[in-house]
Write a new protein. Structure first.
Length: 580
């Protein structure tokens, strides 16, 4: 039987005693909003008890803040403190002056390790694992103009139930998933040695933020608006009757009116396509309107996406959200902004705006050809291994063996890892299918063990339903795999096979970040961003040489037992553009 109660001040000492005697305690906050993380209530669960503690609620008897702090201290000192999506709750705790010294548990991470496919939202997981439908925020607070803040909810029973369920089902989910993860040696290693320690690293990244030169962003906005207006006026003059967001109207303009060639057809409708890829080809053929549309969209995207996301606060910082398990392979991703999509080397060079403040500098470290090195390690292909062991240019070696240009060799080297076939290769290289076929045949002869390895990985995935990556993480096929047709199955198998490479790289970087985080504590230095195979550290200018040694050493440490030597490019500079 679950006991669900509201915290009263005279009960707090007894509650603290019970918390200390419990195996685990789950904690969840209700805040003013997702942006304003001021807590208005908290809920926590242990054993068979769930408590709701009002702090700044309008219709509840609120607990004095000094007693809330005492309660929170006891909860956060527990060795098995559990959150769901701890990135949010850890920031709430930091905002009220509480910083954890040891990593908590996170049921979102446990769920992702258990099966990375599907949703990892608490309410979806509870529905899946316990067949229980939790109340949604909109059910409690409404939507649109009638939406209220949680602290203003007048129905005490609803507010209590909504908040308490979050803590109760977080604990219930932990009690189900944690033993499963711990019973598998591979997954236990991935969670205990990599993902769980990384929670505090990510929290520190969110706290530190990323410094941005606001003037540079303002200048970029002004220039972008000017260019956008220029191309808008051109388009309004030449294409005044065309809705640029209408595929049908664009098709009628370019195909019917301009008599441009049909280069591609829609998979769904079989109508001629006029997507960005086609417009780029039209622009190369001298079609001005296609070029103007692409440029208008480009400047619009910068203005709508990157300029607002990179506008710093009063302290000169932005606070992107880094998603520890942002992809099915376990790789990091980021949002607001998405660092991976920030243009590099364009006319504005937006990366220059990400700039260290006075007295500080950036140290950027990037793995050199990580995925190819991992492919050589896993496949044990002699020719690939020799190239890296002898520190040869792998793209030049491929060029010589395949009989193509170095640029084409680069496309081949990386494309093969993603299961690139004849049609995609021909499209990417701008060559015929016959030429692409010959390139692929020559490539397979050059690196025979790589193709054998990729085929074996796909077979293992199909037979076992999952693959084990470096340091224990697994990549699962979806449960409905057998229900798909052969074409779709083939795509899934290629994706899962590539995850061995991508996911392995992700785990290497994560281990490096955990190592780095511990060593950087001795300095005024912090990891501020992780993008693809790159880590950015901000440190005092005077400490840069020491930090570079620490960063490179930590990046290489997880690769020490691999059969291929890894290389890390480490640079120092005032802004992101300089170090990458």
């Amino acid at each position: 039987m679950v006991i669900n109660m509201i915290v009263r001040e005279h009960l707090i000492e007894d509650i603290i005693k019970e918390i200390k005697q419990s195996d685990a305690v789950a904690l969840d906050f209700e805040t003013i909003s997702l942006e304003d993380k001021t807590p208005v209530a908290l809920s926590f669960a242990y054993k068979n008890k769930v408590w709701f503690c009002p702090i700044k609620m309008k219709y509840f008897l609120n607990v004095k803040y000094e007693l809330v702090e005492k309660l929170l201290y006891a909860i956060t000192q527990h060795p098995n403190l559990v959150f769901h999506h701890s990135a949010f709750d850890l920031q709430v705790l930091r905002n009220i002056g509480i910083t954890l010294s040891t990593s908590p548990h996170d049921t979102l991470i446990l769920s992702h390790l258990h099966d990375e496919n599907g949703s990892h939202k608490l309410k979806d997981l509870v529905q899946e694992h316990f067949d229980y439908h939790m109340m949604r925020y909109k059910d409690v607070c409404g939507t649109g103009k009638k939406q209220i803040e949680f602290r203003d909810v007048s129905d005490k029973q609803v507010a209590h139930k909504y908040a308490s369920d979050d803590a109760y089902y977080t604990l219930k989910l932990f009690n189900k998933l944690y033993p499963i993860i711990q019973s598998d040696n591979d997954l236990a290693q991935a969670y205990n040695k990599v993902e769980r320690p990384l929670l505090l690293v990510v929290d520190d990244m969110h706290t530190q933020g990323v410094p941005v030169n606001g003037q540079k962003i303002d200048d970029t906005r002004t220039k972008c608006e000017s260019f956008k207006d220029l191309y808008k006026s051109k388009l309004e003059h030449y294409m005044s009757d065309v809705n640029l967001n209408s595929s049908k109207q664009l098709r009628e303009y370019f195909i019917d009116k301009k008599k441009m060639p049909i280069l591609k057809r829609s998979h769904k409708t079989n109508e001629p396509s006029v997507d960005s890829e086609v417009l780029e080809k039209y622009a190369k053929q001298g079609c001005m309107e296609a070029d103007w549309i692409l440029k208008y969209r480009y400047y619009s995207k910068i203005l709508a996406t990157f300029v607002p996301a990179l506008r710093p606060d009063a302290s000169g910082l932005i606070h992107p959200h880094f998603h520890q398990v942002g992809t099915t392979s376990g790789r990091f991703s980021s949002s607001n902004p998405n660092f991976q999509n920030i243009p590099k080397g364009d006319e504005f060079d937006i990366r220059e705006s990400i700039q260290a403040p006075k007295g500080y500098t950036f140290v950027g470290a990037d793995y050199s050809q990580m995925e190819l090195r991992l492919a050589a390690h896993f496949s044990q292909d002699k020719n690939m291994k020799d190239a890296f062991i002898n520190d040869e240019d792998i793209h030049e070696k491929t060029r010589q063996r395949v009989g193509c240009t170095r640029t084409e060799a680069k496309v081949l080297n990386f494309g093969i890892l993603y299961g690139m076939g004849t049609n995609t290769l021909a499209k990417n290289l701008g060559c015929s299918r016959m030429e692409a076929n010959q390139f692929l045949a020559n490539y397979r002869k050059s690196y025979p063990s790589l193709q054998l390895y990729m085929n074996q990985v796909k077979q293992d995935a199909a037979n076992n339903g999952s693959l084990t990556l470096l340091f224990g993480r697994k990549r699962h096929l979806p449960p409905s795999f057998e229900d798909y047709d052969d074409w779709y199955k083939g795509g899934l198998l290629r994706s899962v096979a590539n995850a061995v490479i991508q996911g392995g790289g992700a785990m290497i970087i994560k281990k490096a970040m955990v190592c780095m985080y511990d060593k950087l504590k001795d300095y005024d230095a912090h990891i501020i961003a992780q993008i693809h195979d790159e880590v950015i550290v901000m440190c005092k200018k005077n400490d840069a040489d020491k930090i570079k040694i620490i960063v490179e050493g930590c990046m290489l440490k997880p690769t020490e037992n691999l059969s291929i030597p890894f290389k890390v490019d480490v640079k120092e500079g005032k802004n992101w553009s300089v170090i990458h």
